[in-house]
Design a protein around this ligand. Structure first.
Ligand code: AMP
Ligand code: ZN
Length: 140
């Protein structure tokens, strides 16, 4: 992944030098249709400021983007025929499948039988393992 803003396709979309099908814009974020949608009406919500990782965002940027994602999900439900749910997703880092190094939330409208899903399901754990990880992950 090239991480520089100058070569970032989403910065170019936000700046107006690359085309997109935009549905919302304010000072903090932009929402536009994914060019290769999982389902029709699949939207990406991006903070205006270039940052590659969710962990670089300010609380205000997170709140703005999530608030817009909620509004996107509501219009999908209201205006897309057969939209009966949605997935809100963020891929952070190459290991997580991130392809565009500009933070973005996917808002994917869902309908029964659309065949979208995670490739791998969770594996059973036990209380000992869970408690050890809970200790490791305590948030101060
Ligand atoms: P990811 O980084 O894995 O979360 O996914 C990047 C997403 O951006 C993919 O779903 C692409 O289809 C989408 N995408 C890439 N380029 C564009 C573009 N120019 N306009 C709209 N969506 C794009
Ligand atoms: Zn960018």
């Amino acid at each position: 992944m090239d991480e520089s803003p100058a070569s970032c396709i989403f910065c170019r979309i936000i700046g107006g030098s690359a085309e997109s099908s935009e549905i919302y814009r304010d000072d903090d974020c932009v929402a536009f249709l994914d060019i290769q949608p999982i389902n029709p009406g699949h939207v990406l919500v991006c903070p205006t400021r270039h940052a590659s990782s969710f962990n670089e965002l300010t609380p205000t940027e997170i709140a703005s983007a999530l608030s817009v994602a909620q509004r996107v999900a509501q219009v999908q439900k209201d205006r897309l025929p057969n939209c009966q749910g949605f997935n809100l997703m963020l891929s952070d880092g190459e290991a997580a499948g991130q392809e565009v190094p500009h933070v973005h939330f996917h808002v994917v409208p869902r309908h029964p039988g659309d065949e979208f899903g995670m490739r791998r399901v969770g594996k059973p754990s036990n209380r000992g393992e869970l408690d050890a990880l809970a200790k490791q992950l305590q948030i101060p």
